[in-house]
Design a binder for this molecule. Structure first.
Ligand code: AGP
Length: 623
């Protein structure tokens, strides 16, 4: 949920730290801070609010140090205040270290009272400060016993290992010590940390984006690992054993992936990137010769997959909506029963599941704590697990038995857009693949492939309605309640449209199966409550039209997402946004485009921070 950066090398550290925090701001933006080590002292600068405020503070009293760490926070323990901002200092009388943390320490209260009993006083309400003092106490104890021997950094490493052995919960830690001004120490359990390898320099970050433009060599720290970064060396050790080897991989993110370009917001850029994003998702994965999809990373053979009698998708938020689309796709096209489970529920609901159940974790970031926990629970039960994920090397991607990478490029806007459409495309290809292992004919497979190949142009056409959608948004920007209604394949689309509006414009919006609104929600309908009907052509169109009429009969305004050429809808709906004709199983992808743009424009008109909505963060790495 929070963002961590660190730098050691030959540059002025604060420059990388501030730029890295700007790129990680989508992970949390309540408060921020940096700590550098210079002239044997810790220089700490913190601010409440955005990175721009921190940068202004730093400019008042810049640091020349070439070693430092930084943090941008999404509050878990304690409000967004200066005292709760990271990094936190550790030490009883003398402060000997600065520490930044991403994650949640579940047993922090008991540890805090033990430290208080030993004379430590706390400046914050955070669980993080507890860890800082625990490490400091162990280092100070070892230094007092060193009997004049030069204090090696093994003292720090042992103190860190001992401390993390006492913690329950998750952490990504970045630590700098006054005593060892030539090193950054890092430790990971459940919250991601990556290390950039440079020439005479090393970088630390919560994910790969801060590294772009600085290095393309990356090391993914694994759970239970501790690392020591120096300008000319990197050492990685396992908490319970010694030094381990580490793979240096190549980072496949380009600079323009993380720049906003000519767009006003990352969200708008990512909405318009969707045609290219889904081309990348499909690239090399559609086999016309065999009329099927091809995946290189499922790690399950057709023989294995033929034995699968049920599939469980587990996810959160927008990924849960794409999972619902996947349920319709796979049941319709591959005739395999599918269950969709909220990850936070699946972990504890403990549903009876047969041994021939295949579990998919669907997650853009690959770091959502609830989804990771559900995946681990399914693995613990012995089920084969696969991931549909957008971030290479993320925790879910590493821990699943295999999976499908989206290749949609970094998604920085907190509201998921291109990842959603890419997830739906990946699940459509999965339905094709499973269908062709089953009973789907060659000709139907070829038809699916050509429908998928036409999809980017269909999305481009839907994007062409942007100006009209902006006009419609202006007419409804002041409404405080919306209903989103759709059926069959477009029931998940209605849910996704409602979530987009909620999370970036703060307007209350509910998604429902269109027919369901008669069983209660229709009571909400009045002239100030617009209903957005997702109703492109299909076998269920007439039924949805009846639901629309029921809303109109009660004075509710209607915005319809309809197939181009549908003149009848224009006679009943107050506003119509047309989308190109596509087969029903691709409608969720094309129909999502106007819903994304509608929510974007309303949010902008309401003065909301579209890319960093209040209370939210891009990757929810706490449960
Ligand atoms: C989507 O717009 C939201 N930001 C949120 O619901 C998100 O989809 C959810 O937190 C799951 O994230 P993930 O796909 O990275 O697991």
């Amino acid at each position: 949920m929070c963002g961590i950066v660190g730098y050691i090398g030959n540059r002025v550290a604060q420059d990388f730290l501030l730029e890295g925090l700007r790129r990680l701001e989508y992970r949390g933006y309540d408060s921020a801070g940096i700590a550098t080590i210079e002239d044997d002292s810790i220089k700490l600068t913190k601010s409440v609010g955005r990175i721009a405020s921190l940068a202004a503070e730093v400019a008042e009293d810049p640091s020349k140090s070439t070693l430092g760490i930084g943090h941008t926070r999404w509050a878990t323990h304690g409000a967004a205040t200066l005292s709760n901002a990271h990094p936190h200092l550790g030490g009883a009388d003398t402060k000997i270290l600065a520490l930044a943390h991403n994650g949640v320490i579940e047993n922090f209260a008991e540890l805090r009272s033990q430290l208080k009993a030993r004379g430590f006083d706390f400046k914050s309400e955070t669980d993080t400060e507890v860890v800082a003092h625990m490490i400091a106490e162990r280092v100070q104890h070892r230094l007092s016993e060193s009997n004049g021997k030069p204090p090696t950094q093994d003292i720090a490493i042992e103190a860190i290992k001992e401390t993390i052995g006492q913690l329950r919960g998750t952490f990504g830690l970045a630590i700098v010590f006054k005593q060892w001004p030539d090193a950054i120490f890092a430790a990971r359990l459940g919250s991601p940390l990556v290390i950039g390898v440079g020439d005479g320099e090393h970088f630390l970050a919560s994910d790969a984006q801060p590294l772009v433009g600085y290095t393309d060599r990356i090391v993914y720290l694994a759970d239970h690992q501790v690392a020591v970064l120096k300008s000319g060396s990197l050492e990685v050790a396992h908490r319970d054993s010694g030094v381990v080897s580490h793979d240096v991989r190549t980072l496949d993110i380009e600079s323009n992936d993380v720049d906003m370009g000519d767009y006003d917001h990352y969200m708008l850029k990512e909405i318009f990137e969707q045609p290219e994003a889904i081309r990348n998702t499909m690239r090399g994965r559609l086999s016309e010769d065999d009329a099927t999809a091809v995946f290189g990373g499922l790690n399950l053979t057709p023989q294995d997959l033929r034995k699968v009698k049920r599939i469980v998708f587990t996810a959160c938020g927008t990924s849960w909506h794409s999972a619902l689309v996947g349920e319709y796709l796979i049941e319709d096209l591959a005739k395999i029963p599918v269950e969709v489970e909220y990850a936070s529920e699946l972990r504890y609901r403990n549903p009876p599941m047969e041994h021939d159940t295949l579990v998919f974790a669907i997650t853009q970031s690959g770091e959502t704590a609830d989804t990771l926990a559900a995946l681990r629970e399914m693995k613990r039960k012995g089920h084969p697990t696969l991931a549909v994920c957008n971030v290479v090397g993320s925790s879910v991607a590493q821990e699943a038995d295999g999976g499908i990478y989206l290749h949609a490029g970094p998604e920085i806007g907190v509201a998921s857009t291109k990842a959603y459409s890419s997830q739906c495309v990946a699940l459509t290809m999965l339905a094709l693949y499973l269908g062709r292992i089953g009973h789907m004919s060659y000709s139907k497979g070829r038809k699916m492939i050509s429908n998928l190949q036409e999809l980017p142009e269909k999305i481009e056409k839907a994007l062409g309605e942007n100006d009209k959608i902006r006009e419609i948004a202006s007419r409804f920007q002041h409404c405080e309640n919306f209903l989103y209604l759709g059926r069959h394949y477009n029931f998940p689309t209605a849910l996704e449209g409602a979530l987009k509006l909620k999370e970036i414009s703060y307007i209350h919006a509910e998604g429902y199966p269109a027919a369901e609104m008669k069983h209660g929600p229709i009571a909400l309908v009045d002239k100030n409550t617009p209903s957005v009907f997702v109703m492109p052509q299909g076998f269920i169109y007439e039924k949805v039209m009846s639901n629309l009429e029921e809303i109109k009969a009660r004075g509710g305004p209607v915005i319809a997402i309809a197939a181009e050429g549908d003149t009848r809808i224009a006679e009943v709906a107050d506003e119509v946004i047309y989308i190109p004709h596509v087969v029903e199983y691709l409608q969720p992808i094309v129909a999502a485009i106007p819903l994304q743009l509608l929510s974007y424009h309303i949010a902008v008109m309401r003065g909301c921070d579209v890319d960093k909505p209040r209370n939210l963060a891009k990757s929810v790495t706490v449960e």
